[in-house]
Design a protein around this ligand. Structure first.
Ligand SMILES: [Mn+2]
Length: 401
């Protein structure tokens, strides 16, 4: 005999599962988890209580954890977060190896109210894309050469998979798309959590293998195009590859598009070894936007300069958290005062809406230097929320008609 209570429970269970399935159809993540917890959480009066935003295992924005590089290589996705906990290329404060864990902790609240981005008018978690947190790339702290190899291989392994959804048309114009990759397939977009900035050399090697030479938008207080003889003095071949020289090497290797007007620095305010550092920077193809230009141009003017520089090229986006002023983001390897506010950087990132951003990273978050209020990791997570929203609004593809 089945009791009335049991029947009621089964009916309730069925309706809950139904709601869950409907939700999954809309690719609603991670909200489904928050809104429809397991029935064991059923409280008084059969009321379903939501799981708290601060509980559970920490992934970026409470997204599903998929062990993309180890246990579960078969699950496809559209956008993946992956950590690269490497910090043995730093010149001043170490600690960015804890960046991925810190940024995830700073991202816990992102979906508390649902994740709708008001200025961009999109909820990236409900945009029909499968977004996952793949955990971290295994990175040795004992051997930089091997670690850089690991980062390239780990990133490449994810990037070269096919995306779950193949966008068939441009959102803005409704025109038919074709893929922009070298192999003619739709690949997922990877958002890497650094790690010090050295990781961008192996990341750009991976990007190059899938898309060819690329335009770069680089937010940083520093140039990072320094010649090894200038930055660090290059006592050995391995020491020559560090978080101040990786763009020099990327340029030498042809990973960045050749010519002028192909890449853009933003928020620059570092001291130099001399004016010749800017001549060297010019040779790598970067246009510079100084942090102080925001006083005269405003965020609109900064956005315009960046967009004029990269045009309609495919873009890789690299964000050093030190582009933000240390008042707002103190926990970083080489802080520089006089930077942009978190609000200004977020506004500028939203201004990249419509660009073909193939992948992105945020680097140099070193949580040990943060305040108890988690200012820096929260800023990093919120900055990535803007990047994610821009990506969700703009599918990757080339209009063919
Ligand atoms: Mn920097």
């Amino acid at each position: 005999m089945i009791s009335i209570v049991t029947l009621t429970f089964i009916t309730y269970l069925a309706s809950t599962i139904n709601a869950h399935e409907i939700d999954n159809d809309r690719e609603q993540m991670p909200l489904g988890y928050i809104k429809f917890p397991e029935p064991v959480f059923q409280g008084f009066n059969n009321e379903v209580t939501a799981d708290a935003i601060f509980s559970g295992i920490t992934t970026f924005a409470k997204l599903p954890w998929v062990q993309c590089l180890t246990g579960d290589r078969a699950t496809p996705f559209d956008i993946a977060f992956i950590g690269a906990p490497f910090d043995t290329g730093t010149s001043y404060r170490p600690g960015a190896r804890f960046g991925p864990a810190g940024i995830r902790a700073g991202s816990r609240r992102l979906t508390l109210y649902g994740g709708y981005n008001v200025p961009l008018q999109i909820n990236p978690f409900q945009a029909g894309l499968k977004i996952v947190d793949c955990g971290d790339i295994p990175v040795t702290p004992y051997d930089n050469k091997f670690a850089i190899h690991q980062i390239e291989q780990g990133h490449k392994e994810l990037l070269q998979r096919e995306a779950l959804h193949a966008p068939s048309k441009d959102n803005a114009t409704g025109k038919i798309f074709e893929p922009v990759s070298l192999d003619g397939k739709y690949h997922p977009r990877i958002i890497t959590l650094g790690g010090d900035h050295t990781i961008v050399l192996p990341l750009l090697r991976s990007i190059h293998a899938t898309y060819g030479p690329i335009s770069v938008i680089h937010f940083d207080s520093h140039l990072d195009t320094w010649k090894p003889s200038v930055f660090g003095g290059a006592p050995s071949a391995q020491a020559a590859i560090n978080h101040g020289t990786y763009f020099y090497w990327a340029s030498q290797e042809g990973l960045i598009r050749n010519g002028t007007s192909i890449a853009s620095h933003g928020a620059i305010r570092t001291t130099l070894s001399g004016p010749q550092d800017y001549d060297n920077d010019d040779h790598t193809g970067f246009k510079r936007i100084e942090a102080r230009e925001i006083d005269t141009l405003g965020t609109d003017g900064i956005i315009k300069k960046i967009r004029e520089t990269v045009g309609t090229n495919l873009v890789y986006l690299s964000i050093d958290i030190d582009s933000i002023d240390p008042a707002f983001a103190p926990a970083t390897g080489t802080p520089e005062t006089g930077g942009w506010s978190t609000r200004e950087l977020r506004t500028i990132l939203r201004g990249l809406d419509g660009l073909q951003i193939v992948s992105a990273d945020i680097v140099e978050v070193a949580p040990a230097y943060d305040t108890n209020a988690e200012l820096t990791t929260m800023a990093a997570a919120d900055v990535l929320f803007e990047v994610l929203s821009v990506m969700a609004k703009t599918p990757l593809g080339k209009i063919i008609n």
